[in-house]
Ligand binder design. Structure first.
Ligand SMILES: CC(C)(COP(=O)(O)OP(=O)(O)OC[C@H]1O[C@@H](n2cnc3c(N)ncnc32)[C@H](O)[C@@H]1OP(=O)(O)O)[C@@H](O)C(=O)NCCC(=O)NCCS
Length: 145
């Protein structure tokens, strides 16, 4: 198993909780043997959608991915953690920054590095399927993200 480069080791955030954690399985690999980017994007969309739904207090739809960067490959067997944090709240939209860290076992320790990040926009959806006004939330809302 390839080690994470020394300067990139142990970057895992200790001051927040990941929204999604999942093991990268062989079934998620691309023909190069690394993990398929589309699978990583799906985990990120779920993580962003969770915090957006919590904020909205109801259903949300993904309306845009305004940036997406793949910094490092993810290997089969990596523990993948998606950290989602609300960046901006509009009238009906919630912009969420999602950062993904891979943890990889090497010589008895878990090394970690940031592999991917994206900014994803969600829209609160009303019963009519149209954008719905977001509720007011206090400044402490979602502090643990
Ligand atoms: C989500 C949807 C209902 C929004 O309808 P819409 O007519 O585009 O909505 P609006 O133009 O009124 O925009 C709603 C909000 O989204 C924001 N928005 C819309 N398109 C955006 C884009 N490309 N980038 C960033 N924000 C965007 C608007 O700025 C607005 O934010 P605000 O109310 O906070 O100011 C509609 O686009 C839709 O159904 N899209 C398909 C969603 C989907 O299937 N997603 C994948 C599965 S979840």
């Amino acid at each position: 198993m390839t080690a994470i480069e020394p300067e990139k080791r142990d970057l895992f955030p200790r001051d927040r909780q990941p929204t999604v954690r999942i093991l990268a399985m062989p079934a998620h690999a691309n023909p190069n043997g690394n993990i398929f980017g589309g699978w990583i994007m799906a985990q990120m969309d779920v993580a962003g959608g969770v915090v957006a739904l919590e904020y909205a207090g109801g259903p949300v739809s993904t309306v845009a991915v305004t940036s997406m960067e793949f910094h490092r490959p993810v290997n089969v067997g990596d523990l993948v953690s998606c950290f989602a944090r609300i960046q901006k709240v509009g009238s009906t939209s919630i912009t969420v920054k999602v950062e993904v860290f891979a943890q990889r076992a090497h010589d008895g320790v878990l090394e970690s590095t940031k592999v991917t990040e994206a900014v994803i926009v969600y829209v609160a959806i009303g019963k009519d399927g149209m954008p719905s006004k977001l509720p007011e939330r206090g400044p402490d809302f979602g502090q643990y993200w």
